[in-house]
Design a protein around this ligand. Structure first.
Ligand SMILES: Nc1ncnc2c1ncn2[C@@H]1O[C@H](COP(=O)(O)OP(=O)(O)OP(=O)(O)O)[C@@H](O)[C@H]1O
Ligand SMILES: [Zn+2]
Ligand SMILES: [Zn+2]
Length: 855
């Protein structure tokens, strides 16, 4: 793989006799007329058929062996195999762009030159050698050497051949702390005669602000220029100096956050985690507000002390500023944040810095699972149930939880999966058959041991599964499936909130009854009263709407026409960031935007109506019904710019508003003590998204958002409005009984062979050409059955659904078809990547192994 934009394939090179290269080594290769960095991906023992010897160029040199640890390379290979993605795509996902191009290649002396062989060198090669010998550090950057002589390249080859010098990539220094100019007042006599009025004014302003601030702040405060301030510095009235900017928002170094005294549950959890040395997968099931983060922090501290690093994966970094703040407050600049939204340069710097092996904590989103930390001591996945850990596109469609598990196995370190609402998959892995038993009710035979282990957990105890005592994960027919917990798995629970604060009760409000008594508002009477009471008490609340303005669409009252996206088969959503803004219509699939028409495009009627209940609609209804309530809207319209999440949240934290109204973003990591009320507008919208895990997602989302209430001294209250209060998921939410929910849901999945009792693989095809994609999908489906499945997999163990048009046929002008393959768990998925050969160039093809989003 060559590090050059546009060179997307794999290239074949030949190796000189003396060069020993392993996959993952960094090489220097000729490419066109350039000399480029490259990574060795695979060693071939035979020349590929389609290439002729004359076409194959030779690798110049090995720049750096063991750039990645062997286990890192194994991880990438495993990912490519499991997700049936070319290795090159996996490498591109894992490594930041421009990694090799920017790396500094250096040359150093490797061994004592044998003087008898010196004469074999050309004069200029001898010069290069003596230049290196004279260098105080016995090395130079390659760029410098190239500048010294035009024959540097050939000279170097001679020295490399002799084994007297070697090239390597410079390890970067950890990023230097950022320096910034600061101004501080020197105690002065205010009547200093030679100061102008203006200068005295400036000093007075600074004095009022504590006499110490950043230069940039001082300029703004005093509305002055740097020259003026320097003038004052020259007179000895103030000092301007460079000072380190702490990357934490917590001010001076002194007030670093100290470890908290743990509750007994936290202590029990930590006592189980700390002694783990090799691989173990820990499910930390802690109710919202139970202090999971504190457990992570204290589990990480000894890892750092031992000189190792830790990786913390979170669903969305922008949405969890509080979490990153807490890590930085505890570990200072040993914490770095890594996610794909960083600028390329920042990603590159952070990446190289991680390779250095300094003990550190990397916090990041799913792609941070590839952080190249050489001495990894612990991986944490916070909110492990969150679906943003799964990548839908582009390929590889990996799940960071799966990859993290492999990584922990390869690095032989523990993995902590934290959640208040674990994914059913993780739950089944630690619980085995126990997870299902209540669904069979009283009839089922209970194994005697199970009862006692259950009561253990109630006491915050934990149960480690002795790897020797359990059978390995079963493979074969579903009836053998996970009877016992997976080996090396550990279940820890934090069943109570901190300070034994009660979890807020969840009230379900039947909206049908509201209509029955003539309340046509989108707010139930209970909710209206609670909002009023909350405001009267000076508390704050959160109002959750399940999706951004999505269900809102515009239609014509006269003819019923619904305005649709011209490029996709969906209706356009109505957007208006604030009441003065011009309304626009937007497509949530392709981003198309247009103005709101004055009249119906179909019949010309001026009576257009918008339907649905997006955040906007809720906010404007609130303004009518409770005009005194101050709201902050928190959705994709209001949080688009960088830093706006943090800004809106801190305005809310400072009580600039009574109510935060928003979508999914509200479910995560908000820890504000003054929030006493949480309301869910319509739980049904979540439930009826037609995929097999809608119920699981509904349970998780509502429980998470409910968990934002009552985290301070005052008790919380949660109101969930619904049209279907009898739905089992809603009933389970009301009872806050995760185990009961899980067993009922697992029973259904088992009956239908859905994950975690079966595997789903989705083949996605798309094209601008509607006919071509349909034909290709048919061909691929036939080939899938005939060439791959029927020979390798028993007929009982697979089902092919489709080909069928995707739920939304057209997105951004591309027509989409899909084929869903359902496999019995434990049955190996044959290598189907070569199905791609049935796709003409204009049809794109992607394999999503263990698919989550069936869109
Ligand atoms: N041992 C402790 N003593 C005192 N306060 C604590 C302790 N542990 C955690 N806290 C505080 O309790 C609050 C809740 O903890 P934390 O946010 O870690 O819980 P969580 O389980 O991660 O919550 P969620 O999953 O709901 O976001 C935080 O404000 C935290 O600082
Ligand atoms: Zn019309
Ligand atoms: Zn569109």
């Amino acid at each position: 793989m060559v590090d050059c934009p546009g060179a997307t394939g794999l290239y074949t090179y030949q190796l000189a006799e003396h060069l020993k290269v392993k996959p993952g080594d960094v090489l220097s290769v000729p490419f066109g007329s350039q000399q480029l960095g490259a990574i060795a991906v695979r060693l071939l023992s035979e020349q590929p058929d389609q290439l002729q010897s004359a076409q194959i160029r030779t690798v110049d040199t090995l720049i750096s062996a063991g750039f990645f640890t062997a286990s890192y390379w194994q991880l990438l290979e495993r990912l490519a195999a499991h997700y049936q993605t070319p290795l090159i795509q996996v490498i591109r996902t894992a490594l930041p762009p421009g990694l090799l191009a920017k790396s500094k290649r250096r040359i150093r002396l490797a061994s004592q030159p044998d003087s008898s062989r010196l004469s074999q060198l050309t004069d200029s090669a001898q010069q290069l050698l003596s230049r290196l010998q004279q260098s105080p550090t016995a090395d130079y950057s390659w760029r410098y050497l190239q500048k010294q002589s035009r024959t540097a390249y050939r000279d170097l080859q001679q020295l490399l051949q002799q084994g007297w010098v070697e090239s390597y990539l410079a390890t970067p220094r950890p990023p230097r702390p950022k320096q910034q100019q600061a101004v501080s007042l020197v105690a002065h006599d205010p009547c200093l005669a030679d100061l102008t009025r203006r200068q005295q004014e400036i000093l007075a302003v600074l004095q009022r602000h504590g006499g110490d601030c950043w230069l940039s702040e001082a300029l703004q405060l005093c509305r002055t220029t740097a020259t003026t301030l320097k003038g004052l510095a020259a007179k000895g009235c103030l000092i301007i100096e460079s000072r380190e900017v702490l990357r934490t928002t917590h001010g001076a170094q002194g007030d670093r956050d100290r470890p908290k005294t743990l509750t007994s549950h936290q202590q029990a959890a930590l006592a189980a985690i700390n002694p783990l040395s090799g691989f173990a997968s820990v499910l930390l099931h802690g109710v919202t507000g139970s202090g999971k983060t504190e457990v992570y922090l204290q589990a990480i501290a000894p890892i750092l002390q031992a000189g190792c690093s830790a990786l913390v994966l979170v669903p969305e970094i922008g949405l969890t500023p509080q979490l990153t703040d807490r890590f930085q407050a505890r570990f200072g600049d040993q914490v770095c944040v890594y996610h794909s939204a960083l600028a390329d340069g920042e990603r590159y710097d952070t990446w190289r810095q991680m390779l250095s092996g300094h003990p550190q904590v990397v916090i990041g989103t799913r792609s941070a699972v590839f952080a190249p930390l050489p001495k990894l001591g612990l991986i944490v996945l916070d909110e492990e149930h969150d679906s943003s850990f799964k990548q839908d596109q582009p390929i590889p469609c990996y799940h960071a939880r799966t990859v993290a598990r492999w990584r922990a196995e390869l690095e032989n370190c523990p993995l902590i999966l934290g959640s208040a609402t674990p994914s059913l998959e993780s739950w089944l892995q630690v619980k085995g058959a126990e997870a299902e038993e209540t669904s069979r009710g009283g009839e089922a035979e209970r194994e005697p041991a199970e009862k006692s282990s259950e009561s253990d957990e109630r006491q915050g105890g934990q149960k480690i599964t002795d790897p020797k005592a359990t059978t390995p994960p079963a493979t074969g027919s579903p009836s053998q499936l996970p009877r016992s917990p997976l080996p090396h798995s550990l279940y820890l629970s934090l069943p109570q909130r901190i300070h034994t604060r009660p979890s807020p009760p969840i009230e379900i409000v039947d909206m049908r009854r509201e209509l029955g008594v003539g309340n046509r508002s989108i707010f139930s009477r209970t909710l209206q009263r609670s909002l009023q009471a909350m405001q009267d008490a000076g508390n704050q609340g959160i109002l959750f709407i399940h999706r951004r303005g999505h269900s809102s669409f515009v239609s014509c009252r006269s003819c019923g026409y619904v305005i649709e996206c011209p490029r996709c088969d969906v209706s356009l959503a109505y957007h208006q960031p604030h009441s003065q803004a011009r309304p626009t219509l937007k497509c949530h699939y392709c981003g198309h935007a247009q103005g709101h028409p004055a009249a119906c495009p179909e019949c010309g009627s001026p009576y257009l109506k918008r339907f649905g209940s997006g955040t906007q609609r809720v906010v404007s209804e609130l303004a009518k019904q409770l005009p005194d309530l101050r709201c902050i809207r928190f959705d994709s319209d209001t949080t688009r710019t960088k830093g706006s999440h943090r800004a809106l949240l801190s305005r809310f934290a400072q009580k600039e508003a009574d109510l935060l109204v928003g979508t999914q973003m509200l479910t995560k990591g908000i820890d504000l003590p003054q929030v006493t009320l949480v309301a869910v507008m319509a739980a049904d919208g979540l439930l009826y998204m037609s995929d097999y895990w809608a119920a699981e997602r509904t349970y998780q989302t509502i429980t998470q958002v409910a968990g934002r209430a009552g985290r301070g001294d005052q008790p919380g209250r949660v109101i969930v409005q619904t049209y279907t209060p009898e739905e089992p998921t809603i009933v389970a939410i009301e009872k806050q009984d995760y185990a009961a929910f899980a067993s009922a849901e697992l029973a259904q999945r088992k009956a239908l062979g859905y994950p975690p009792y079966g595997r789903l693989v989705l083949l996605r095809l798309s094209s601008l050409d509607a006919i071509a994609v349909e034909h290709t999908a048919e061909k691929v489906a036939i080939a899938l059955e005939k060439d791959y499945l029927s020979e390798l997999v028993s007929e009982r163990d697979y089902t092919i659904l489709g080909p069928a048009p995707a739920p939304i046929l057209r997105v951004a002008q591309r027509y989409r078809w899909q084929i869903l393959l359902k496999l019995t768990l434990g049955v190996a998925l044959p290598d189907i990547a070569s199905l791609r050969q049935h796709c003409p160039d204009r049809v794109s093809f992607a394999i999503d192994v263990d698919v989550l989003n069936l869109f």
